[in-house]
Design a binder for this molecule. Structure first.
Ligand code: ZN
Ligand code: ZN
Length: 345
């Protein structure tokens, strides 16, 4: 089968590989029906993911059909349509039992697929610890509707959850890329008082205004003024930073009111500075980290109930054979792209 592979040195290419086989009794083999490209794939390409192993098949955001299961897999059966979780986790260690699956202490735990082991930008993928890593998709939810459940939508759900949003809160989301929009969709379910989205790209601001007309939209240059105008308490009650630049990191704490929660979802390519003397007396709570992707079943129920729809994010469709073109469009943000869907025949 053809597998889109990270070769090291900024090089990606199709490599002919054998169809994967079961290794452990908790493995499953999934026939990939639709996958996507995530900005983390680009981080691997450019060498900013030290754990990424040259030679692995890329792709950690996908849905498919269970082809084969090991004899200890009981959560899914052959023929089930499933979401594949970006994270591999055991479900049994201290961290997993407390819902902190990103820090699962199993040697296989954490982000393995499409990083340390072969991922899903191909025809078949081996999913380790499949009882935790696969979630059946309800009949009335399509593959396209479920595509982001295991990765960027899981991230938006987690970021919203840890931000402890109440009905009186004014929430500022910085960044309206794919993960920022998924975060917005989950924040909207909490019905806070106001939601303000700050985004640099005019095209993405238009996207937000067009699809979510009740959201207030601003850009980084005008963000502080917008916050003073719309927030009664000297700043936003909750700030979720999803953009990942030095400027947006500073905006995040500057736009927060005293005693606010600032949730950092973004990945930065260098260290950021917290100017503690300037922040003294603001008594902020910072929450940081990577997604604990253990709520895929809850997210799928929200999609089934019509409460979350991420299909407007899929601006481009390609076949697996056209994946190089898809990477070019996604990486260079051509043609108003937000997310791409890569289908297998
Ligand atoms: Zn990702
Ligand atoms: Zn664990």
């Amino acid at each position: 089968m053809k597998a889109y592979t990270y070769l090291g040195n900024r090089q990606l290419a199709f490599v002919e590989k054998p169809k994967p086989a079961l290794i452990d009794a908790t493995d499953a083999i999934v026939k990939v029906t639709v996958s996507s490209i995530c900005s983390s794939d680009l981080h691997i390409k450019y060498g900013s993911v030290p754990k990424a192993v040259p030679g692995i098949t890329l792709g950690h955001e996908m849905v498919g059909i269970v082809e084969e299961v090991g004899n200890q897999v009981h959560n899914v059966k052959v023929g089930d349509r499933v979401v594949v979780n970006v994270e591999t986790f055991c479900g049994e260690c201290y961290y997993c039992k407390h819902g902190y699956v990103n820090n699962c202490s199993s040697p296989q735990g954490g982000w393995a697929l499409g990083c340390r082991i072969d991922g899903g930008q191909t025809e078949y993928v081996r999913v380790p610890l499949a009882n935790q890593g696969l979630t059946p998709i309800p009949h009335n939810v399509s593959d396209m509707e479920a595509l982001f459940v295991g990765d960027i939508l899981a991230t938006g759900y987690w970021a919203t959850d840890i931000s402890e949003i109440g009905s009186e809160d004014n929430v500022l989301i910085i960044g309206a890329g794919p993960t920022g929009i998924c975060t917005l969709l989950c924040v909207m379910l909490q019905k806070p008082h106001k939601i303000i989205v700050c985004e640099q790209s005019p095209r993405r601001r238009d996207f937000i205004q067009q699809h979510y007309p009740n959201v207030i939209v601003t850009d980084p240059q005008n963000c502080k003024d917008c916050i003073s105008k719309h927030c009664e308490r000297e700043g936003a009650d909750r700030v979720i930073e999803v953009a990942g630049s030095e400027q947006t990191f500073q905006l995040a704490w500057q736009c927060a009111r005293p005693n606010a929660i600032v949730t950092i979802v973004a990945l930065y390519d260098k260290p950021q500075m917290l100017p503690l003397p300037d922040m003294y007396g603001k008594n902020l709570t910072f929450k940081t980290g990577g997604v604990d992707g253990c709520n895929c079943d809850k997210i799928l129920k929200l999609i089934e109930a019509g409460k979350i729809d991420t299909t407007p994010l899929i601006t481009h469709h390609f076949k697996l054979t056209e994946i190089e073109k898809a990477y070019d469009i996604f990486e260079n943000k051509k043609d108003g792209v937000i997310k791409v869907a890569i289908s297998n025949p």
